[in-house]
Structures are given as C-alpha cells and as structure tokens.
Design a protein around this ligand. Structure first.
Ligand code: CP
Length: 306
C-alpha cells in the first residue's frame, strides 16, 4: 500500500495520512540496528543539492551505503551544468538514466514537484525553497515517537522562524494527523504563513494556537521544536537583524520544563539554543540526526527495494 502510493517518491507532507506515517515510523524502528545490509545492492541514489546541506545529503548518502547501494551526485549547482545554463528539467531527464532515485534540494519553491513531472524515477524532496522539507518532518515525528512512545496526547511547541522555515511547514502538516496540542511560537513578523494555517484549519479541521512568549506555556510542553532564523530567505537584511536574537533558549528555560520534556531542532543551530544545555538528556537534537539516518534508511528501502 505505502510502496504503491509513494512509488514516484516523496514531494509533500500533504500526501501523507496517519496510516502512511505510522507505517514509516514502524519501518524506521526496524532499521535502528541495521547498519550493514544488502537490500539495496545494485541500486544507485543520485543526490542533487543546489543548496548547502550537512545532515540531509550525508544522511541520505549514508543510508544508501548502509543498505548496500551506491551514490552519485553533487553538492552545489556551481559544479553541475546548471551553471552553464542547463534547466532543472533537462538535468533530471539526464540523471534519471544514471540512477534509480533522485534526492533533490533547490531554493525554488515547487522544484521537487517540477522535477517529478519530468522524471521516470522516484524523486525525494530534500528541501524546496521555504516551502517544504517532508523527510525532515518524518524524522522529527520518528524522533518524538522513539523518545516519548507516542504522538497522541502531547503538547508540542514549534518556535522560531515559522515564515521561512521549510521544516516547520512540513512538520505542522504531518502533526495534524495526530491528536496533539500544537503551539506556533514566533515574533509577529515571522508567523506561520496563512496558506499553511488555512490548510491546517479549513482543510484538515486542525486547531492550533499562536503566541510570541514561550514562557507562558513552557511548563505545559512535552516537546519544543526550535528553529533558526533563516537569514538566506530574507529579502531585507535589516529585518533579519531585528529578529535574529529574538529567542535564545537557555538553562533557566530548561529548568522550567517537565521531567520528560524534549528539545528538538532540525539543525543547523546558530545561537538560538545555548550550547550549555547540549549535555542535558532533554536536549536531543544530535540524537535526532541519528534518527534521521534511520528514517532515511526506511524511506529508501520502501521506495527502492525490489
Ligand atoms: N535539517 C537540515 O535540513 O539540515 P541540513 O541543511 O544540514 O541538511
């Protein structure tokens, strides 16, 4: 069922229902101890990254190698023939002949969807402009499920740059499949865009709250998902300067949280979480990167295995 539905790849969190997510969370759990397998032997993954990445590209590549497959790709548009003026569509129609699946990150919104229109092989969206980053959201849910045992019944805050942060858009959409209390915490100028709020509220019938001061609800949260302010997406750098230090989560904040509280972050972190709390059991953002590897192993196995 899952394999048939996602045989053309993963483009948007909107395509996932609760059953799809729970299936992948189960598959991710089964991958926890698998680091040397042959299930994707003979398969080739192409990673086409037109924007910088550490976690997404390397975890997809590591996942592929750990499952016995091979990898090709590039980490910048500057080293591909896009630099000479080739279109993304022509790039995809070329790379599909060299590989079995393409993972793509591009600054343009809708880039993965467009790539999928031209591709005969599955496309996985690894970040499309400020719009979506669905596999990050899948690994975020996997992290929460593995750490807290369930998603239902939790109070979850998503805090920081909700306007430009693509991870939070996909995350909010996936979370709307569960029975949770969801809080969007941001400065006024970085609120979640109406297109996502309308989708959640009107299309999914999902309720959420918006606020600016996280201290008002911190002691009630099970999970806080911090994000960095996305400097590269601001047209006006003065606006970035005004909000760049708006939230800095520190030891005093952590002391206000529940015993079982978990602090997540998609990373990279700039200065929005004090490094002094990195050693706390509540701060699980580096563990989250490991869960990311496992979730991407599960995704690749489901999409690529014979
Ligand atoms: N979370 C995330 O997408 O990290 P990278 O930009 O390092 O891939």
């Amino acid at each position: 069922m899952f394999r048939e539905k996602f045989k053309d790849g993963i483009i948007s969190a909107r395509d996932f229902n609760r059953e799809d997510i729970e299936y992948l969370l189960k598959k991710g759990h089964q991958m926890m101890d698998i680091k040397d397998s042959n299930i994707l032997k003979g398969k080739i993954l192409a990673t086409l990254f037109f924007e910088p990445s550490t976690r997404t590209r390397l975890s997809f590549e590591s996942a592929m190698l750990r499952l016995g497959g091979n990898i090709i790709g590039f980490h910048s548009g500057d080293v591909s023939s896009i630099k000479k003026g080739e279109s993304l569509a022509d790039t995809v129609r070329t790379v599909e002949n060299y590989s079995d699946c393409i993972v793509i990150r591009h600054s343009r919104e809708g880039s993965a969807k467009m790539a999928a229109r031209f591709s005969k092989i599955p496309i996985i969206n690894a970040g499309s402009g400020s719009k979506e980053h669905p596999t990050q959201a899948l690994l975020d849910l996997f992290t929460i499920k593995e750490e807290l045992g369930s998603l239902d019944g939790l109070n979850i805050g998503i805090m920081g740059d909700l306007k430009y942060g693509r991870t939070v858009h996909s995350l909010a959409i996936l979370l709307s499949n569960f029975n949770i209390g969801l809080y969007f915490i941001s400065p006024e100028e970085l609120r979640m865009r109406n297109r996502y709020k309308d989708y959640l509220y009107h299309y999914r019938g999902f309720r959420f709250k918006e606020l600016t001061d996280y201290r008002k609800i911190l002691d009630n949260l099970d999970v806080l998902y911090m994000t960095r302010i996305q400097k590269e997406r601001f047209a006006d750098l003065e606006e970035y300067e005004r909000v760049k230090n708006f939230y800095v989560f520190k030891q005093d904040d952590l002391a206000q949280t529940k015993d079982n509280f978990k602090l997540l972050h998609p990373l990279p972190r700039i200065n929005e979480i004090s490094t002094k709390i990195d050693s706390s059991e509540k701060a699980i953002y580096f563990k989250q990167t490991f869960y990311g590897l496992k979730m991407r192993q599960a995704i690749l196995a489901e999409i690529l295995k014979d």
